[in-house]
Design a protein around this ligand. Structure first.
Ligand code: AKB
Length: 343
C-alpha cells in the first residue's frame, strides 16, 4: 500500500472520478478539490474534500505536504470559447497558484513535489483541414499554435510547469540550487468513459454519440462524418497518469508527452454505434465553430517518446475498447437505468 499524500483538483470531473478510485485502491492519502461536492461514485472513498474556488482558497492547501499533485481542474475547449476570461482564470491562474505551492514546498522540505498535468491535443493548431490531413501523426514539438483559449492555456501551462521546475527565479544557477518541483505533463486525446459523460469539451461528440446510442436517444453530431482525431479509453488515461507518476525521473527526456490509442472519424464512431445498437439514430449537423476547433487538432499523435521513456502502451486499441470495455459496461449501465437522460 502507498503512503503517498496526493492532491487531486477537478476531482469531480471524468478523469478525476476515475483517478481518485485508482488512488484509493493504492492506499494513497487523498485530498480532493472541486467547485462541486463529490459525486456518489467517489463520495464514500477515504478522501478529504475541499469544495470551492481553488484560486481564492489556495492558502488552505499550504497546510498540507503533498507528495503528488494531479491538477485536473480545467474549463474545457468548447466552454472556454464562450467564457474566455473565466477559462483563463481557471486554467492558468489555478495552475500558476498550484505550481507556486509545489515550488515552495519542494524547496522548503527539500523533496521534489511531483506535479502531474493533463495537457491536451488542443495544444496543437492546424490552419485548415488540408494541412491537418497532410501532417497526419504529429510529434510533441510540431504545430504548437493552438486556435482555442483552452489550447493556449494548456500550452502556456506546460511552459509554466517547465519554468517553475527548472528555471524559477534562476535558482538553477545558484552554487547550491534548491530542490525544484517535478513537473510532468501528458497531452491527452479525446477520452471516452463508459461510466461518465463529458461536458464542455469538443471531443465530446465521440462519447456523447456512443452514450446516446446505448441509451436509445437520437444524437445530432456537431462535426461532420469525415472528422478525425485520436481517442482513448478512460482506463488507459488513468493508467498513463499513474505510470508517469511512478516513472524514475532519470528516464524522462521530456516533461511533456503525447499518448495515443486509436484514431477514428466521426463516421466510424457512428458505424461502431450502429453495429452495437442497430436502432441508434445518429445524424450529422456540424456546428461551424466546434467543427473548426476539431479541424485544428491533429488526426493522430506520435507517442514514441512516452513508449521509449516510461514504457507507455495502451491496453485498449479500437477493437478492445469497444468489445472489452465500452460495450459490456455501457450495456449494463443503460439496462439498469433505462430512463437516464444524456446531457
Ligand atoms: C476537449 O474536448 O476540450 C478535451 C480535450 C481534447 O482536451 N476533451
Amino acid at each position: 500500500m502507498s503512503e503517498k499524500s496526493v492532491l487531486v483538483t477537478g476531482a469531480c470531473g471524468e478523469i478525476g472520478q476515475a483517478l481518485v478510485q485508482s488512488l484509493a485502491k493504492q492506499g494513497c492519502r487523498i485530498v480532493t478539490a472541486d467547485l462541486a461536492p463529490l459525486p456518489e461514485t467517489i463520495k464514500s472513498l477515504p478522501a478529504e474534500h475541499m469544495q470551492g474556488d481553488l484560486v481564492n482558497r489556495i492558502k488552505v492547501f499550504y497546510d498540507y505536504d503533498f507528495d503528488v499533485i494531479f491538477h485536473l481542474a480545467a474549463s474545457l475547449s468548447s466552454k472556454a470559447e464562450v467564457a474566455t476570461e473565466e477559462a483563463h482564470r481557471i486554467n492558468v491562474e489555478g495552475t500558476m497558484q498550484l505550481l507556486l505551492l509545489a515550488a515552495y514546498k519542494s524547496e522548503k522540505l527539500k523533496k521534489a513535489v511531483k506535479f502531474l498535468f493533463p495537457s491536451s491535443i488542443a495544444a496543437y493548431g492546424f490552419p485548415d483541414r488540408e494541412t491537418k490531413h497532410a501532417a497526419g501523426v504529429v510529434k510533441e514539438d510540431d504545430w504548437n499554435s493552438p486556435h482555442t483559449m483552452y489550447g493556449c492555456n494548456k500550452l502556456y501551462c506546460e511552459k509554466l510547469g517547465v519554468y517553475y521546475s527548472r528555471f524559477y527565479g534562476q535558482r538553477h544557477l545558484d552554487p547550491h540550487p534548491p530542490t525544484m518541483l517535478d513537473f510532468r505533463a501528458i497531452r491527452f486525446p479525446g477520452l471516452v468513459s463508459a461510466f461518465t459523460v463529458p461536458s464542455g469539451g469538443t471531443s465530446d461528440y465521440g462519447p456523447e454519440m456512443l452514450h446516446s446510442a446505448a441509451a436509445g436517444k437520437p444524437y445530432a453530431c456537431f462535426v461532420d462524418a469525415s472528422t478525425r482525431i485520436s481517442f482513448m479509453a478512460m482506463p488507459d488515461a488513468i493508467k498513463s497518469l499513474l505510470m508517469l507518476m511512478d516513472a524514475p525521473r532519470e528516464c524522462l527526456t521530456s516533461q511533456v508527452y503525447n499518448i495515443a490509442a486509436f484514431s477514428l472519424t466521426a463516421g466510424e464512431f457512428r458505424q461502431r454505434a450502429l453495429g452495437a445498437f442497430p436502432a441508434a439514430q445518429v445524424t450529422f449537423e456540424p456546428n461551424p465553430r466546434r467543427q473548426g476547433i476539431v479541424d485544428s487538432w491533429p488526426e493522430d499523435v506520435d507517442d514514441s517518446l512516452a513508449r521509449r521513456d516510461w514504457g507507455w502502451q495502451p491496453d485498449y486499441d479500437v477493437e478492445r475498447f469497444f468489445n472489452e470495455y465500452f460495450l459490456p459496461e455501457i450495456k449494463k449501465r443503460y439496462q439498469k437505468t433505462s430512463t437516464r437522460t444524456i446531457e
